[in-house]
Design a protein around this ligand. Structure first.
Ligand code: XBP
Ligand code: MG
Length: 271
């Protein structure tokens, strides 16, 4: 069995709960800037999230909700312009610290970084969004800026197909130069789970987020409601390795590197 060498993180919903109060707000602001009366409410955005990728989401909305909309420019240009404005709004919000990391994320990242594990990102979102989110995090102590902790940041349009296709996780693995069996992946959504499993990442932890709680995470090694923090243990919800890791989680009181090592051992046994 391979040793654990890297952790590959999804971003939206996993590192930070960015969809409802970050991306959604930025889309609506871009629509208003363009003089459009579109308003993506919290429930509507939840439905639209089944389509990964902001540009793809705008196209799906047009097709399903605005079939009579007369395009002011060729579709590609129109969507690209709207999405670019959305990215400007989103990165500005992140720079101002609108949304922080989820509880336990910085703790786990620091533990993994200090232990010499490789860190990577595999996300559908635009690369600038990742940098803006990570750059706004102040890490106490003598550490480089958070975005520089990640040896690989695989993000956005760099692959032919977005999640649930496995391409972005496959790219992260290729850039790490590691087999899937040497990694743990952390996700929050059903599309992300299918993507990671498709790339062979069996040691898959799901930390459900506000929009994804009710989704199907079949095939994940562990599903929890978060990483937990000292004094606030996570709830384990499901997963093929939930039984194996439960005693370690109970002992540690949260999900830390010891738990991920056990998860990796359980999920990759025999590989
Ligand atoms: C989530 C996504 C992204 C974001 C919006 O990515 O599907 O499309 O919602 O970002 P992940 P963009 O969970 O893989 O991090 O508008 O830049 O696409
Ligand atoms: Mg996600």
């Amino acid at each position: 069995m391979s040793a654990l060498e890297a952790i590959i993180f999804d971003v939206d919903g996993t590192l930070a709960d960015t969809e409802r109060d970050g991306h959604r707000i930025a889309f609506n602001a871009a629509f208003a800037d363009a003089g459009l009366d579109w308003d993506w409410s919290v429930p509507l955005y939840g439905e639209l999230l089944r389509v990964t990728g902001g540009k793809e989401r705008i196209r799906a909305y047009l097709a399903e909700h605005r079939p009579d909309f007369v395009l002011p420019a060729p579709l590609d240009d129109f969507v690209r312009g709207l999405h670019q404005r959305k990215t400007e709004h989103y990165t500005e919000m992140m720079r101002q610290g609108a949304i922080g990391l989820r509880p336990g994320v910085l703790r786990l990242l620091r533990e993994a970084f200090d232990a010499g594990l490789q860190l990577a990102i595999a996300t559908t979102t635009t690369p600038e969004n990742v940098t803006a989110l990570l750059s706004a995090v102040q890490v106490p102590g003598r550490y480089p800026e958070l975005s520089r902790w990640f040896r690989v940041i695989a993000a956005g349009d760099v692959v032919p197909a977005k999640k649930p296709a496995p391409d972005i996780f496959a790219l992260a693995l290729a850039e790490l130069g590691l087999p899937a069996s040497a990694c743990v992946a952390v996700e929050d959504s059903d599309n992300g789970v299918r993507s990671a499993l498709g790339a062979g990442l069996d040691a898959l932890l799901v930390t459900v987020s506000s929009y994804t709680e009710a989704q199907d995470f079949s095939g994940a090694a562990l599903v929890a409601d978060g990483l937990g923090e000292p004094g606030a243990a996570p709830r384990l919800l499901a997963g093929g390795c939930a039984e194996a890791v439960a005693p370690v989680v109970a002992d540690r009181g949260l999900i830390d590197l010891a738990v991920l090592r056990e998860l990796h051992r359980c999920a990759c046994a025999g590989r």
